[in-house]
Design a protein around this ligand. Structure first.
Ligand code: F6R
Length: 606
């Protein structure tokens, strides 16, 4: 989280910094700020809230300086207000920071004893004062090296210095950082996305490195100050669509785009002529893989949980699933014959990256399923499986979730076939069904009246529950996650069979409960579980698939029927109404749907 931009040029940089900050708002929108060097001083302008507020400051228009840094914040240490907004500056140094300085309290005590005065509650301010202190007796490079040595934690930094008016310093440990190259100007950015509108020539800092960026030269150094040569990479020039079009919110657009997402996935991964799944250049032999570990956070974790059922159902592989923030600190029994698969829309999620890094350090086989193919997770995995869904701007993941499900499913299916766990006929049948998905998703999307009106009840409710069994259980978790992040009310996802072991106590008269009950092998079981909650006063919204047979059950508040497909693929269709339920509930409540409170799109702190 937190977005960083820096520009050193031969012309004023403030308006280019503001436009980049707009692009970076997906990383945080608690506050925004900018600092430039002009007339021998640091000028700093900051504001609480969105970049719009920053731009409204009348001083911004006349802000001079051809070297500057900017920041959008997702608060970690200190309230999201103007004082805690970045940049943080002393008379001589100004800093923007993404990450967490874990030993900031100790460093602050040391600096206060040396006479430094602190203005904010942030951990970042210690960096400003450390550099200010070291610059008294050291040159720039040594001051940076000494400062970096003192910091514990993860960070990406952009630094400008009053007495070095032609340069920006960038440094990273843990959090990603990129340098962009322009004509008579160079850039620093927390990711390539922020730089893409200015250049397609990029280098990435490796962990522990720092750089000194001037308008015509960039020097990179390792953690002991030795010069490092960097490759300049060229970003793809694909024009991406960042426009809401006719839609009120990106989330609404991204939900409706899902047939296209799935069409792209089919085009990329299905060989129509041979009825086969294309996974080109898979770097390992089949006999080398006997188990799979799936790792992600949030919705990506829910896609992994869904895939666990598929891997178990289709293959003979052992499968485990882990939340990245847990995996990275557990005592893991690393196994050479395990394929570790990291799932992430952004490819920048700090915990998922750390889990990948841990596997790489232990020389494991690593693959990733990502949307952003220039991301850190994509760059550092042995093998990449992109989800091809285009930019996802709404903070709540929608089309990326379906893209992740698709790639996970074809992985399971292909491995099942290659390992001879399923017959060729069955394999071909399942591939044919996959090709139906874009059309069936489109049809399911059209059926929205009931979910729209059900949202009125969810908008008034104190809390709600989502129940499922089998693959519908992780979709229930996803439904609850979507609803809580957008409606700001409590929502729980549960395996329906668990209700009587505690959560049933939560059910009270009128409480809305979503029951995901496709007509699969769990159907009769979950219908009984549904009756148990209805008997205790729940208002059940049943989501099932179309069938000739009527639902034989009484007192259901509302029933939504999605299209029909084989049981494996039902989770794709069940996802549509639960996404729409969260969207319409938040719309009813008047919430900022694309930027829900306290959240950010790319979670680059652990
Ligand atoms: C929920 C949501 C988050 C993300 C999670 C992981 O709607 O969007 O839970 O799924 O932060 O992000 P990525 O996929 O970028 O690693």
């Amino acid at each position: 989280m937190c977005g960083i931009i820096g520009i050193t040029s031969n012309k004023p940089v403030s308006s280019a910094i503001i436009s980049s900050l707009r692009k970076l708002e997906y990383r945080g929108y608690d506050s925004a700020g900018i600092a430039t060097l002009s007339n021998g001083a640091i000028n700093e302008i900051k504001s609480e809230g969105r970049v719009d507020n920053l731009e409204k400051n009348p001083l911004i228009k006349n802000m001079l300086g051809s070297v500057g840094i900017g920041h959008v914040r997702w608060a970690t240490h200190g309230m999201p207000n103007t004082i805690n907004a970045h940049p943080h500056s002393s008379e001589t140094v100004s800093v923007v920071h993404n990450g967490i300085i874990e030993n900031s309290t100790t460093l602050k005590k040391y600096l206060i004893n040396k006479g430094h005065k602190f203005k904010s509650q942030t951990d970042t301010e210690v960096i400003v004062h450390l550099i200010t202190e070291y610059l008294k007796e050291n040159d720039l490079k040594n001051s940076i090296l000494k400062m970096l040595k003192q910091l514990h934690g993860s960070f990406a930094l952009g630094i400008i210095i009053k007495d070095q008016p032609d340069l920006i310093v960038g440094a990273r440990r843990g959090s990603p950082l990129a340098v962009g190259y322009g004509l008579n100007e160079n850039y620093l950015g927390s990711d390539s996305y922020a730089l893409k509108s200015m250049t397609n020539k990029i280098s990435y800092l490796s962990d522990g490195e720092f750089c000194i960026i001037k308008k015509n030269q960039v020097d990179f150094f390792d953690e002991i100050g030795n010069k490092v040569n960097k490759k300049v990479l060229e970003l793809s020039s694909t024009e991406e669509n960042y426009d809401k079009g006719e839609f009120k919110h990106f989330m609404a657009k991204e939900i409706e785009e899902q047939p296209i997402t799935l069409k792209n996935c089919v085009k990329e991964y299905i060989d129509n002529i041979n009825n086969d799944i294309n996974i080109h250049n898979f770097p390992w032999k089949l006999y080398e893989i006997n188990s799979v570990t799936l790792i992600g956070c949030g919705s990506a974790y829910n896609s992994c949980l869904t895939a666990k059922y598929w891997f178990e159902e289709l293959t003979t592989l052992d499968v485990s699933v882990d939340v990245a923030s847990e995996f990275r600190y557990r005592i893991n029994r690393f196994k050479k014959d395990t394929l570790y698969i990291f799932v992430s829309q952004s490819g920048e999620t700090a915990d998922t990256y750390a889990a990948l890094d841990l596997c790489n350090k232990n020389k494991m086989k690593t693959a990733c399923i990502v949307n952003v193919i220039e991301s850190s997770i994509a760059r550092d995995s042995n093998f990449i499986l992109p989800i091809h869904c285009g930019p996802e701007i709404g903070v709540a993941s929608t089309k990326a979730f379906l893209g992740q499900l698709f790639v996970l499913y074809i992985m399971a299916l292909k491995l099942a076939f290659l390992k001879k766990n399923i017959t060729k006929d069955n394999y071909i049948l399942k591939i044919k069904d996959l090709k139906q998905l874009p059309k069936l998703i489109k049809e399911t999307l059209l059926n929205e009246n009931k979910v729209r009106s059900a949202a009125n009840t969810f908008a008034k409710a104190k809390g709600s529950m989502f129940l499922g069994r089998g693959t519908s259980y992780p979709i229930a978790l996803e439904g609850a996650l979507k609803l809580k992040e957008l409606s700001y009310t409590h929502a729980e996802g549960y395996p329906a069979g668990e209700m009587k072991h505690g959560p049933l106590a939560l059910i009270e008269n009128g409480m809305p409960v979503v029951v995901l009950a496709p007509r699969d092998k769990y159907y009769s079981k979950i219908i009984s579980n549904m009756q148990e909650v209805i008997a205790r006063g729940a208002k059940v919204l049943l989501i099932t698939n179309k069938s000739k047979d009527e639902v034989v059950s009484e007192n259901i508040w509302e029933t939504i029927e999605v299209e029909n497909i084989n049981d494996d693929l039902i989770p794709f269709l069940l996802t549509i109404p639960i996404q729409k339920l969260a969207y319409y509930t938040a719309l009813k409540k008047g919430h900022d749907i694309d930027k829900p409170r306290n959240l950010a799109k790319s979670v680059t702190v652990e």
